[in-house]
Every structure is written in structure tokens, then in C-alpha cells.
Write a protein that binds this ligand. Structure first.
Ligand code: ZN
Ligand code: ZN
Ligand code: FE
Length: 762
């Protein structure tokens, strides 16, 4: 019998394959398959050179189909190479230069093996809150330099004990090169403190913190990307204290529960939600709330949804197990400030909010808020992309010829760095409206530039000159600065996410963004390429009665809309429609309208949500941005399919979508005592229908192009789904998935546009 011939294969794997236990896994897989050779990291991912007979190589290739949970394979490329007579399979160290740009992975939620260990009384890591392995643990948030290596993380301060060192050095061990590897003997420790910083001595800090939580206290808990403020989610009094101290009236809080069963007890969890809840990114998932559960109503007042997430660090698991109930875990900050992430800073800023502090001595290097995902059109849509996702790259269709920094917009800011064929969105920064947030923004940009070794040559920024992100852009030394229109950036962010070349018909619906004509745009349909766009449709503008105040007090938008819909005159019974508004305020607003003063105009679809919501739900003011729009969305009765009539005017090639007739019809229905849920549903259907009509008209001119939908309004599942349904089957509608539809994704579009403009590419 002939000896089977040894052949060689080179397998290049691209994607998130570094810092996620990939090489040790390849090593073990090769051993099992009886393959010799080597594996190493390179600048694009991982390269394997494997030698064996056809059967062994076949078995090896099959096993490679099932990588470790945190790995994301984007491409596999195989070629034949000469066989080498090797005795074994090796992990080859890579040079620092080879690892640049792909070296720092996102933070990974604790894996099942590590969870088992911390709950196993016989294990040396029993109840150890910093347990991790190559499949799990902090990464991005503890890194302070490249390459990603223990010495360049905040774990450098801890010398491994012999037992940990053995694991770290053994390629067959789950902790081989697990950079944050630690144990109770050598690793970080957790301590409990009073609000004045004095330590609570004696006892198990986590068990004590859990007791305090059960007693209704508020505990600041240091996590992976920053601090949480925790309290018992079933205790209304505790929640009231938290809301008062945090100065957060009604904005919903996220709830952490110990497992999927506990999640299903408070919310409806389907297959997509289950996958998302247990993913390594471990985002907060917005789910439909169950009625009549133990959850206090004040967790998410007046909201049909609740943000739920599962423990993602060993500390969370222990805390949830000891507390024995759902916990509110909300970002630890005062309203509008960045999340606290250092011990002294937390004690300083949160002393007036938290009764206790559960601290530890592993420093967080980069703050990173929890990510948030929603279920839209049967898939996961990331609406806040931060911990777990950052700094994973978005693969670009076209290589970027000049490295770009895109500065993002104003609210829910993120920035983006692009070089080569990748773009990296930075962590969620928040609303760039104060000095603290601005400082955290500039620091995060500098850190990401260093991690990715990118020196931008081009700065992209929003057209709005007053946004702090634009102010920052002007302060940069780079000579090339490219302003980008807000809605064009939204559209191109969706094109980039889906690798669509363009031209497209791009729907960009949001609250506001400056147009090149100097007015506030916000409900736009563009015909766009990466370089250019033409405005093809917009909404009839609403008058911002009282200027920016109208956004906080959407009844003002409603009043302006009613007056507009009735041809400038006030309907006789108009006062009845604004019961929550004082007579004085109402009269003053009417006088302002009648006076014919110039008022800023808003075209935003979000503003129509605000106006209709304020009118039909009787809301006077919003306690957070988009609150009334959200309530209006949630009021919609899913069973109602009818729509109101819409008018469209075409002036000089620009379609104006006019909802005045729809408003009049809705008011008639209300007079006839139609329920609000049906009116809200018809409103959503009307928007979808109007959008579809406008898109079809545009398509008659420009052809049946792919349609992308972006902008904050597409976080609204009902709107997204009905727009898509209204355009099927003639148009494929691309919705966001991994890149947020709102302003948290806009920087990606800015980066791509800047480069396309520079290259003169269409
Ligand atoms: Zn693990
Ligand atoms: Zn140790
Ligand atoms: Fe926007």
C-alpha cells in the first residue's frame, strides 16, 4: 500500500481573528486533525500553513468552519504550497509591525467555561470577578498601546503567579496568551466603599453590595467600559431615588437579568433576541415588555419596550446571582456627562448619587458605554455601537487613498477613522454639548489614532459650522477639510455598510441636519453616490414656533402644524386640543404665530412625530430628546393598516411631501372618538405610503435603483418595516444592521464621502 502523499496548503483568514483565541484554537484543531505546520497573525488576519495528506487536510478544513465564538471570519483564501517535512504544528510569534491595525479586538463577554469556573467551589477561580480566557474578557477598554499584549494593557500592573503563567505559556491551555489572565492570587481585587470613599472592611465585597441592592440602596459598580449605577429593578422607591439623584425624569433604564429565562420573564424574547442577548458583544436589547411582572413601572415609564441585557463580566454574574433579582444598570453619569470610568472620578462625581461603590483596581483605559440593539425587520440593528463592537472594522468597498478622520455630528456622536479598505467607528461619545464630553471626544480620537496607527490626511465633518465636532475639525492641523451634508452622510453610511456602489435612492429621515441652503433638513430623499447627491424629495417644513424651544416643547410644533393645515386660521375649538398647555403660554404662542414673525423652519420627519404625538397624546414637553416621537411610535396599533391622504407638489424637480391633509383627517377622526392607537398607526402608514410614492416617482426618472434607508427615524421598527413593505417587491430596501441608523453611524458616511470627493470617484 502506498503511503498517502503529504501536501501543503496556505490558508489566509481575514476578519476578527486576533485576540479572540483564534491561534490556540487553530493549534488544537491541527493536532486533532493530525496536521503539521504553523499559524501566525499578519496585517490582514491569520495565516495558516498546513501539511498533511488529503484526508487530514480535509478534516482540518472542515473543523475550521466552526471558529471560537468571538471570531468573525470575513474571507478565507486557500492556495497550494510545497510540502514541508515538519514534526508538529506551531504557533509562530508575529512581529509588532505585522499586527498593526488589527491588533486590538473588542471587549468580549465572559464565556461559558469561565462562568462555570466562577461558580464551581472546587475551582481556584471560584467567585473570582476577573476570570477570563482567550475566548473572553476585556480587550479594547484595557489596552493602552499596540500591539495588544499584556504589557500594553492596564493588566501590566499585575505580575502573573506561577499557576497563571503556566496557563499563559501552554498552547494547549484555554488561557494561552490570554493577556488579562489573572486569578485571586495575582490579579485585581474588588472592594466595597461608602460614598465618602471609606472602605467597607470584612466580608465579601460583592455579596455585601448585593445585600445593599436588595435593601434598596444605589451602588455604583465599576464594570468593563465604565461605571454603572445599579439598583433593584423591582423596587419603585429605590428607582425614584435614583431618578431624583441622577436628575433623570423619565428616560428608560436598562435592566440586567441573570439569564435568558429571567429575560423571558420580563420581556418577549424570540430567536433573534436570544442570539443577540447571548452574543459576545452583549448589547442592551430593546424588547417588548411583558405586563404584570415584578419589574417596577418606573424602570421605563409609559414605554412598551424595555432594554434588557445579560451579565457580560464575571463580576456581573456574581452580583446578579447574589442579588437574586433583576437590576437596573444604567450608565453612571449625571445627565449629559460622559460615563465615569476611573475610581477617583467616580467617587467625586457620583458621591451624591450612589450609597456604595463597588470598585476594583484594574484600570479602564478607554471608556466605552454599553451598546444598544433593536430588532427591526427580523434582524438586529445596532442603535448605539460601542462596547463589544468597537474597534471592529467595517470593510469598505473601495480602498481609501488618504487616511481620513470623520468627526461625526452633534448628538450621539461617534467619530470614524478610515485607512486602506477599513473604517473604524469609535466608541459612543454622547451629545457633544459640554466641555466634559468634548474632552472625552478629543481624547478618544487621539487614542484610536494611536491604536490604529492612522495619521489622518483628510478631515471630514458636518456642514453645520457650530457643532463642536466641526469646531474640532477646524482645530486640526491637517490641510484638507471636507464638509459633508448631514443626510448625504446618513445615506452613504448605509451604502458603505452594505457595500453598495451607488447611485442609490437614499431615504434619510431624522430630526435635523443642516442643508446646503442654510435651512434645517430632516426628511429627505436623495439620489446619491458616494461623492454627490441631488435632493429629490423633502417634507413640507414645519415652523419652529419659539425656535429651539419647540423641540423640548413639541406642543409648539403641533400648534404651528395645525395652523398651517387650516390655512393660517385657528380652528374654533383649537384650545381643547392643548389641554396640558397653560392659557398664558398658549396665547403667547398664538400671538407669535399671528404676528407673522420669521421663524426657523424644520423639514424633519422626526418633527412630524413630535407634532402629531404632542397633539394626539396631549403632551406638552419632552423630558428627553425624541420622547414624544417614541411614545407616538409605541401608541401605534399594529393591526391598523389604513393610511391618510397625502399631497405631493413638484417644484423644479423637488417633490414636497405635504401632510396637512393627513392632519385634518386625523383631527376629524379624533372628533369622532377614534382611538389614538389607530390614529398613530395610520400616521405611520401614511409616512410609509408617502415615501413609497415619492420613491417610485423618483425611480421613474432615475431608474429602479437600490433604496437605502437611514437616519434616526429608522430606529423605529414600525416605520422601517412599513417603508420596506410599501416598496416591495420592485425595490430592494437596505436597512442598517451593524452601523447605527442615527447620528451614531454618520461618521462612516462622512469618511467615505470625503474620500470619494478627493478621488473624484462617482
Ligand atoms: Zn473565558
Ligand atoms: Zn494567578
Ligand atoms: Fe441625523
Amino acid at each position: 500500500m502506498a503511503v498517502a502523499q503529504v501536501v501543503g496548503r496556505r490558508i489566509r483568514i481575514q476578519g476578527t481573528v486576533q485576540g479572540v483565541g483564534f491561534r490556540p484554537w487553530v493549534y488544537r484543531t491541527a493536532h486533532l486533525a493530525g496536521v503539521t505546520g504553523r499559524v501566525r497573525n499578519d496585517s490582514a488576519g491569520v495565516v495558516i500553513e498546513a501539511f498533511g495528506d488529503d484526508r487530514a487536510l480535509g478534516a482540518f478544513a472542515d473543523a475550521l468552519q466552526f471558529p471560537p465564538p468571538a471570531a468573525r471570519i470575513l474571507a478565507v483564501d486557500e492556495s497550494v504550497i510545497d510540502a514541508e517535512p515538519l514534526a508538529d504544528f506551531k504557533i509562530v510569534e508575529s512581529t509588532p509591525a505585522a499586527e498593526r491595525r488589527v491588533s486590538i479586538p473588542p471587549d468580549l463577554a465572559i464565556c461559558d467555561d469561565c462562568v462555570r469556573e466562577i461558580f464551581d467551589p472546587g475551582n481556584r477561580r471560584y467567585r473570582y470577578p476577573f476570570t477570563n480566557c482567550t475566548n473572553c474578557g476585556p480587550r479594547f477598554t484595557i489596552a493602552n498601546d499596540i500591539p495588544y499584549d499584556r504589557a500594553a494593557t492596564t493588566m501590566a500592573a499585575f505580575a502573573m503567579c506561577p499557576a497563571c503563567r503556566r496557563e499563559y505559556d501552554d498552547p494547549a491551555d484555554r488561557r494561552f496568551h490570554a493577556q488579562p489572565n489573572a486569578c485571586p492570587v495575582c490579579g485585581p481585587r474588588v472592594t466595597l466603599h461608602l460614598s465618602d470613599g471609606s472602605p467597607v472592611l470584612g466580608g465579601d465585597a460583592i455579596a455585601l453590595a448585593a445585600t445593599a441592592l436588595r435593601e434598596g440602596r444605589i451602588v455604583a459598580v465599576k464594570g468593563i467600559g465604565g461605571f454603572h449605577l445599579a439598583c433593584d429593578a423591582t423596587n419603585g422607591d429605590a428607582l425614584l431615588r435614583l431618578r431624583t439623584r441622577k436628575r433623570r425624569d423619565e428616560k428608560p433604564f436598562a435592566v440586567m437579568v441573570k439569564d435568558l429565562a429571567a429575560a423571558s420573564a420580563i420581556a418577549f424574547v424570540d430567536d433573534i433576541a436570544r442570539t443577540l442577548l447571548t452574543s459576545v458583544e452583549r448589547p442592551i436589547v430593546l424588547l417588548a415588555k411583558r405586563e404584570g411582572t415584578l419589574l417596577a413601572p418606573s424602570v421605563a415609564p409609559g414605554n412598551r419596550m424595555v432594554g434588557v441585557f445579560l451579565p457580560y463580566s464575571p463580576l456581573h454574574h456574581l452580583l446578579l446571582a447574589d442579588a437574586g433579582r433583576a437590576l437596573v444598570m444604567t450608565s453612571a453619569n449625571l445627565s449629559d456627562e460622559p460615563i465615569a470610568f476611573r475610581n477617583d472620578e467616580a467617587l467625586d462625581r457620583l458621591g451624591g448619587i450612589a450609597d456604595f461603590f463597588l470598585l476594583h483596581d484594574r484600570e479602564i483605559e478607554t471608556r466605552c458605554d454599553d451598546s444598544v440593539a433593536a430588532l427591526i425587520a427580523d434582524r438586529a440593528t445596532v442603535v448605539r455601537r460601542s462596547r463589544g463592537y468597537v474597534p471592529r472594522a467595517v470593510a469598505l468597498r473601495h480602498e481609501v487613498s488618504h487616511p481620513v478622520l470623520a468627526c461625526g455630528a452633534l448628538l450621539k456622536n461617534t467619530f470614524c477613522l478610515a485607512a486602506g479598505s477599513n473604517a473604524w467607528l469609535g466608541p459612543h461619545i454622547g451629545d457633544l454639548e459640554n466641555l466634559e464630553t468634548y474632552d472625552s471626544y478629543t481624547a478618544a480620537i487621539e487614542r484610536m489614532q494611536r491604536f490604529l496607527q492612522i495619521r489622518p490626511e483628510v478631515i471630514a465633518h458636518d456642514l453645520h459650522p457650530v457643532y463642536l465636532s466641526s469646531v474640532y475639525a477646524r482645530s486640526r492641523p491637517e490641510a484638507i477639510r471636507i464638509p459633508v451634508q448631514h443626510h448625504h452622510a446618513h445615506v452613504v453610511s448605509a451604502m458603505a455598510e452594505h457595500g453598495i456602489e451607488g447611485p442609490v435612492i437614499g431615504i434619510a429621515y431624522d430630526g435635523t441636519g443642516l442643508g446646503p441652503d442654510g435651512t434645517a433638513w430632516g426628511g429627505e430623499i436623495l439620489v446619491a453616490t458616494a461623492r454627490d447627491f441631488r435632493r429629490a424629495a423633502t417634507f413640507r417644513p414645519l415652523r419652529l414656533l419659539g425656535g429651539d424651544k419647540a423641540i423640548r416643547e413639541p406642543w409648539r410644533l403641533a400648534l404651528a402644524l395645525v395652523v398651517d393645515a387650516f390655512g393660517g386660521t385657528l380652528p374654533a375649538n383649537i384650545r381643547e386640543w392643548f389641554p396640558a398647555v397653560s392659557r398664558h403660554e398658549f396665547t403667547a404662542a398664538c400671538q407669535l404665530l399671528a404676528g407673522g414673525f420669521a421663524m426657523p423652519l424644520a423639514h424633519g420627519v422626526g418633527r412630524y412625530f413630535d407634532a402629531f404625538g404632542a397633539l394626539f397624546l396631549g403632551r406638552r414637553r419632552a423630558s428627553f430628546e425624541g420622547q414624544v416621537a417614541l411614545e407616538w411610535n409605541q401608541a401605534a396599533d399594529p393591526a391598523v393598516a389604513r393610511a391618510y391622504p397625502v399631497q405631493m407638489h413638484d417644484t423644479a424637480g423637488l417633490i414636497h411631501i405635504d401632510l396637512r391633509m393627513a392632519l385634518r383627517q386625523a383631527l376629524v377622526e379624533r372628533e369622532e372618538d377614534e382611538n389614538v392607537g389607530a390614529i398613530a398607526a395610520a400616521f405611520h402608514n401614511t409616512l410609509a405610503y408617502a415615501t413609497a410614492v415619492a420613491v417610485r416617482r423618483i425611480a421613474r426618472e432615475v431608474g429602479r435603483l437600490p433604496v437605502v434607508a437611514s437616519g434616526g427615524c429608522f430606529q423605529n421598527a414600525r416605520l422601517a418595516e412599513s417603508v420596506r413593505a410599501a416598496l416591495s417587491p420592485e425595490h430592494e430596501v437596505f436597512l442598517h444592521g451593524d452601523v447605527p441608523p442615527g447620528d451614531g453611524g454618520i461618521a462612516l458616511g462622512q469618511a467615505v464621502i470625503a474620500n470619494a470627493k478627493l478621488e473624484g470617484r462617482t
